[in-house]
Design a protein. Structure first.
Length: 432
């Protein structure tokens, strides 16, 4: 009977191309740098220290270039504690401590960090994408040596920022630690065998419609990527009630329910995709106000009168106008909140120039049309103007003639005769 099962080798589906100088190069020319991460001890970090760790992560992510991927991988595997009591410098208490926890089960935690430089084309890639749609196999950005150099410099800054924080230690993995040697296994072999032991034996991988198996282990995959699946309130840490009291406060990470508090063997992967479509990796909400990166007015949203819309605007028309005004302000604020990308700025500039050119062409066409129809109107206006001038001159002459006739027909009134007493007085003075 012929075997009709579809089988292939891991080498054919292997996504990695090579490992050189401590960098992993994929078959799509993505460059990855791997680190081993040492985190603080459990139940030893306060709320203020969790805030400091979060600020260090945020500061380190901002130095990475666009189209980078931050991948943090946490392994939680059940193991039995193996004490090391063969050392000669152990004290009585240390030796008793090691014997007390001998072969006790615990959840061993191992953490890795992978920083990947990809391209804009790769970040937009979907499942229906094919290399036949491209004119070249290797992205043009990866061919540029300056781009790779800048990414490696940003990785060095990322490492120094996290190590200087005092809470987290990053150790860069070498090529042998990634690929492994004849004696020890690398992280690639450990990942495909779902084990952190130094074994070099790879297990069979079986993909079925019902489940996925690696050796004797059955896998169950869960993804949290939609905002609706996230809790309504997010913080850096939470209070662990089982070990907290009224006088003491025991803090754990906000993601501890899917991390250390999940008692089964599991791998917790976190991804951060840095893109230039939004400015969240570069700016915060406070930056838009402190750096004046918005266009418009700031309105105080607190209800000082403590009244509802129905109480403030009893009239339905007034209430409708107030609601429309609030909606317009929110839409304007949302439009001016984000800084446009370079492509959007260029598109807006081209659209504005096209509109100005179209308006200028329309104005020029209107001016030519007015100029073509101007002679007849000009003659008519000139004739009307000459007639108006003649009429005004005739009116002026008539008014002058009337004024002259009035002056000629005006009769002066005779002066009243002087009194005799005045003449007698004048004659007396002459005699004297």
């Amino acid at each position: 009977m012929r075997n009709i099962l579809k089988a292939t080798t891991l080498e054919n589906k292997f996504p990695l191309f090579t490992v050189e100088n401590g960098c992993i190069v994929s078959k799509d020319a993505d460059i990855t740098v791997a680190f081993r991460v040492e985190l603080p001890e459990l139940f030893t970090v306060t709320a203020a220290e969790y805030e400091a760790i979060h600020s260090a992560w945020n500061k380190a992510v901002k130095v990475l270039p666009d189209y980078s991927i931050v991948h943090k991988q946490d392994w939680f595997i059940k193991e039995n504690y193996a004490p090391d009591i063969q050392k000669d410098d152990l004290s009585f208490l240390s030796r008793s401590f090691e014997r007390h926890f001998n072969e006790r089960p615990f959840l061993n935690h191992t953490c890795y960090l992978f920083l990947t430089k990809t391209t804009k084309e790769r970040s937009r890639m979907q499942s229906n994408f094919s290399t036949l749609c491209r004119g070249f196999l290797v992205p043009k950005e990866i061919k540029d040596k300056e781009t790779v150099t800048k990414f490696l410099e940003a990785v060095g800054q990322f490492e120094s920022i996290m190590n200087d924080s005092g809470f987290i230690t990053l150790t860069r993995l070498t090529s042998d630690e990634i690929t492994g040697t004849k004696e020890t296994a690398g992280i690639v072999e450990k990942y495909f065998s779902l084990s952190q032991t130094d074994t070099t034996t790879l297990k069979d991988i079986q993909l079925n419609a019902e489940d996925m198996r690696i050796g004797d282990d059955i896998l169950c995959l869960h993804t949290l990527s939609d905002a609706e699946d996230m809790p309504g309130k997010v913080g850096t840490d939470t209070r662990y009630e089982k070990l907290s009291t009224d006088r003491s406060d025991c803090r754990l990470s906000f993601a501890s329910p899917v991390g250390v508090l999940l008692s089964c063997n599991h791998i917790y992967n976190q991804y951060i995709f840095i893109d230039d479509d939004n400015n969240l990796p570069r700016y915060t909400y406070d930056d838009f106000f402190t750096m004046a990166m918005y266009d418009g007015d700031i309105y105080k949203t607190r209800n000082l009168t403590n009244r509802s819309m129905m109480q403030m605007f009893p009239d339905p028309d007034d209430r409708k106008r107030a609601q429309d005004s609030i909606q317009n302000r929110l839409e304007s604020f949302d439009k001016n909140l984000w800084v446009p990308s370079r492509e959007e700025v260029i598109a807006a500039r081209e659209a504005r120039e096209a509109a100005e050119a179209e308006a200028a062409a329309k104005a020029e066409g209107q001016e030519i049309a007015d100029r073509d129809g101007a002679p007849a109107d000009t003659q008519a206006s000139e004739s009307r103007t000459s007639r108006g001038r003649r009429g005004s001159a005739t009116t002026a002459k008539k008014s002058n003639t009337k004024k002259a006739a009035t002056k000629k027909t005006k009769v002066r009134k005779p002066k009243a005769p002087k009194s005799s007493s005045a003449g007698a007085a004048r004659s007396v003075r002459r005699r004297k």
